[in-house]
Design a binder for this molecule. Sequence first.
Ligand SMILES: NC(=O)c1ccc[n+]([C@@H]2O[C@H](COP(=O)([O-])OP(=O)(O)OC[C@H]3O[C@@H](n4cnc5c(N)ncnc54)[C@H](OP(=O)(O)O)[C@@H]3O)[C@@H](O)[C@H]2O)c1
Length: 194
Amino acid sequence: MTRTDSRVTIHMAASLDGFIARKDGRVDWLETSDEFAGGDTMDPESVAAFLKTIDCYVMGSRTYETALSFEAKGFGWAYGGTPTFVLTRRELPRTRETVEFYSGDLTQFVNDRLRTKFRTIWFVGGGVVSGECLRLGLADEVRYSILPILIGDGIPFFEKLDRDVALHVAEVKAYKSGTVELRYQVRKVGVPNG
Ligand SMILES: NC(=O)c1ccc[n+]([C@@H]2O[C@H](COP(=O)([O-])OP(=O)(O)OC[C@H]3O[C@@H](n4cnc5c(N)ncnc54)[C@H](OP(=O)(O)O)[C@@H]3O)[C@@H](O)[C@H]2O)c1
């Protein structure tokens, strides 16, 4: 049975002009040098405590390949020991036991496999997968971290949205690093602020 308290969140970092990576996939611009004096700080303990609340990650194959290349360069694996589901129709290297591949009906996968087992389900990109997740009406929440930079062109946060998606602003936070975090709830038709 589906857990009634399960939540699907889409989270990514983007440039102010709405791109999650350059056209060729580079994310070198994620390191910015801005400082916002009035902003909050992110202390490592609270970040670690927050990450513990995430029960599983879901990502597209291109995001997985980027994560593998980061790991190969010595930056580590960003998803710890948390179960990580990679959407792909290809054969990709499985580098750890926590990684599982899936290909097929995404609605069925989220509702029948993930929501029955996990409470906090995080879609971490990329643009193709987050667009698909919203189009299919699977997301409850969107977390958008805006970095203080414009990059002009790139891969958009949401690929191929074919309709409007009404949102409710739930939280706005600005950090010393200049990153602004926006949290929106996806409004379900007929449910006020729902
Ligand atoms: N700034 C950020 O926070 C952030 C976060 C995440 C990613 N990124 C960047 O975004 C880029 C990747 O984004 P992207 O939009 O190009 O690709 P993506 O969403 O990561 O991956 C798309 C791929 O996922 C697979 N896929 C999607 N839906 C599927 C389904 N229902 N069933 C099976 N497979 C499915 C397909 O791969 P196959 O061809 O393998 O079948 C598809 O080509 C990378 O450069 C990454 O670094 C940035």
